[in-house]
Ligand binder design. Structure first.
Ligand SMILES: [Zn+2]
Length: 183
C-alpha cells in the first residue's frame, strides 16, 4: 500500500483525519458490463422524450436524478444508441457545436464560475457527456473535488434547480439550432 498523495491536503479533497490507502482489488480479467451491454437493459433508450430537459433530432439532455450542490448538473446523450468510438465526422462536428451551445446555455443561469465537461462512460454504454456547473467562488468544487463534494455540500433548493434547468432548456431552444424544451 502506497503513501498518501499530496492532494489529501488540498482544499478540494473532502476528507481529513487519519486516512489510510485501501488495498487495491485484484485486476479483473475483463471490464464490468455496462448498461446496454451483455444483455443489460439500456435505460437511456427506454426513456421517453418528455422525461428529458431538452431534445432535438440528434441529442437529448437529462438532469442528474438526485439533487446536488450544483446549480446545473446535466448529461447530454445521443438520441441513437452509440458510443463515442462510433461517431463519424458529422457526429463529431455536431458534438463540438453542442458542447459550446451547452456551455453558453448553462452560463445564462448566472453565477457560474465554470462548466466542467466530463466524459465518464463506465456505467452506461449509451454515449453521455456530463456538464457540471460550479458556482463562482466555491473552492471545494474546483477540479476533481467536484464529483466528491457535490454529494456532500447541501443540495440546492428544488425550485431553484428546476428554474435553472428551464433557463438552460429555453436558451438551447431559442438558439439558431432550436430543439424542443421539455420543461
Ligand atoms: Zn441506449
Amino acid at each position: 500500500v502506497g503513501e498518501l498523495p499530496d492532494y489529501v491536503g488540498w482544499p478540494i479533497f473532502p476528507f481529513e483525519g487519519d486516512l489510510r490507502v485501501k488495498e487495491p482489488l485484484a485486476r479483473m480479467a475483463t471490464d464490468v458490463a455496462r448498461e446496454g451491454e451483455a444483455g443489460r437493459r439500456c435505460r437511456a433508450c427506454a426513456r421517453a422524450d418528455d422525461d428529458y430537459v431538452w431534445v432535438d433530432e440528434r441529442w437529448r439532455l437529462t438532469a442528474l436524478e438526485k439533487p446536488t450542490a450544483l446549480p446545473v448538473a446535466v448529461i447530454l446523450e445521443t438520441r441513437r444508441h452509440m458510443d463515442l468510438g462510433e461517431f463519424d465526422d458529422d457526429d463529431a462536428r455536431e458534438l463540438g457545436s453542442m458542447i459550446l451551445r451547452l456551455e453558453r446555455a448553462i452560463h445564462r443561469v448566472g453565477g457560474i464560475g465554470r462548466v466542467h465537461v466530463n466524459r465518464w462512460g463506465d456505467g452506461g454504454s449509451h454515449f453521455h457527456l456530463w456538464f457540471l456547473a460550479r458556482p463562482v467562488g466555491v473552492l471545494e468544487l474546483y477540479g476533481f473535488g467536484m464529483p466528491l463534494w457535490y454529494q456532500i455540500l447541501p443540495p440546492i433548493d428544488d425550485g431553484v434547480r428546476d428554474a435553472n434547468l428551464r433557463t438552460v432548456a429555453e436558451a438551447l431552444a431559442v438558439s439558431d439550432r432550436g430543439g424542443r424544451s421539455e420543461r
